[in-house]
Design a protein around this ligand. Sequence first.
Ligand code: PLP
Length: 399
Amino acid sequence: TSSIFAAVEMAPRDPILGLNEAFNADTRSTKVNLGVGVYYNDEGKIPLLAAVKEAEKVRLAAQPPRGYQAIEGNPAYNAGVQNLLFGAESELTAAGRVVTAQALGGTGALRIGGDFLYRLNPNATVYISNPSWENHRAIFEAAGFKVGDYPYYDAATRGVDFAAMKAFLLGLEAGSIIILHACCHNPTGADMSDAQWGEVVEVCRERGLVPFLDMAYQGFAEGIDADSVAVKAFAASGLQFFISSSFSKSFSLYGERVGALSIITSSKEESGRVLSQLKRVIRTNYSNPPIHGGAVVAAVLASPELRAMWEEELGGMRVRIRAMRSGLVEKLAARGVAQDFSFVTQQRGMFSYTGLTAEQVEKLRAEYGIYAVSTGRICLAALNINNIDYVADSIAKVL
Ligand code: PLP
């Protein structure tokens, strides 16, 4: 008799995780993995932040019981999320117009948001930027939606092709769902200007689009407050919109799965109905979120001392990434590279679209043990004082 799994085909490997597997199997001592989406410190390690250590120490000593959380998670955590997104004195939160649910990372927030939206309007199309984080398409397709893309990156200017993007959005059907990277666009590092965000808000209003902001890197461009420009522009608009947010990177808590979905409604009364339906989505997915990561983040955000400590550490990550950006540009120039790489210092967040071709990326891997995504995306946070010269040497040689 044949197995019930006889018809199961091998799925394609995840492109980024596949790269990690190949990197781990590489025996060269000089190898460097620039393909990751993770912040490493100057020692090449994932940091455990001092503010997190402190909050964990207190939590461990208190030996809290491990009952179930509410379906929407930890109220103190959810309040902390709202505070970071909208600021301490937000009219939206005061008016009861924000529904926030703790979620399993930014990914989990996108998925429960997608499931909620699908129940509302299964015929809507979801539009993601071209290019985008590769999981965006997969998540919304898994929720049941048709997924298209809108023009975004312009390789010629290494910036946003805003005219093309705006024209495209203006042509969309009302009710279309638009996924927008709130800051530090992954994979390109190219963000819209404040004025362009204002225009996007007006297009969403005019066309009746459903904005869904993905905030995975708050604090990595300019700082907590400055990086919420897009969120604040939508908050001031009076529109309804969605935000998925994540502390994976900003708290270096990747594996604890700390994220949140926030839904901005038109009234407190509407928030009650929306939350009741969102809870059904969560209840049938994973019932309620895990405790530890959310409790740690909530404790850090609620304590003025720990919060200041965290912002300082986050600032340290941001500054180190910037130093790696300018360091790489200078070192390439010092090696006689004619091509102008100064755009790398303009890009924001952890990533850069370097313009390296798939062939050059392959050569970097084969000859130098330097791993990057075939699109030419590199993670600047994987560079450090010990490997940056070797990486600059190698890039100069493959150009
Ligand atoms: N959204 C974007 C744009 C990302 O780059 C990432 C992580 O790489 C996520 C969401 C998901 O983050 P998390 O690990 O919190 O699920």
